[in-house]
Design a protein. Structure first.
Length: 135
């Protein structure tokens, strides 16, 4: 989505009704495109998977979305803001430290939540429960 503003400004400078409509469809496609592709992919996976594995897959996706929102929703805003500040100040050498600490936080917090979830839900198949960690 980076750079969409430049393209929209070029389209809107033409100052015509048709370009206004084109820019609306362009911005809607860029903003909703990943969501639409994700929804279509999930739908195809649910339709194409064997029926005995669909329930596990659906629950894995739902719980992954829930846990990722709880774990990283508030953190992502501050991390992206700090990353933008690093880019603005041209301090590129500190970006790797930010990346590694964010990945470490993601792995550790996901592991803790996976362990707690496995203990609460009495999942005895650790191979399948590790899919929750990788999604």
């Amino acid at each position: 989505m980076a750079g969409i503003g430049f393209e929209l400004n070029k389209l809107l400078k033409k100052n015509s009704f048709l370009m206004d409509i084109v820019s609306i469809f362009y911005s809607a496609n860029v903003s909703a495109g990943p969501w639409i592709m994700c929804s279509l992919t999930l739908f195809l996976l649910i339709v194409l998977l064997p029926r005995n594995e669909t329930l596990f897959f659906t629950s894995a996706v739902v719980y992954s979305f829930i846990f990722s929102t709880l774990l990283f929703g508030g953190v992502s805003i501050s991390v992206t803001r700090y990353l933008a500040d690093l880019i603005y100040r041209k301090e590129f050498s500190q970006m790797y430290g930010l990346y590694s600490s964010t990945v470490l936080y993601a792995v550790l917090s996901s592991g803790v939540f996976l362990t707690i979830f496995s203990l609460i839900s009495w999942i005895d198949d650790w191979f399948n429960s590790c899919f929750f960690l990788t999604l």
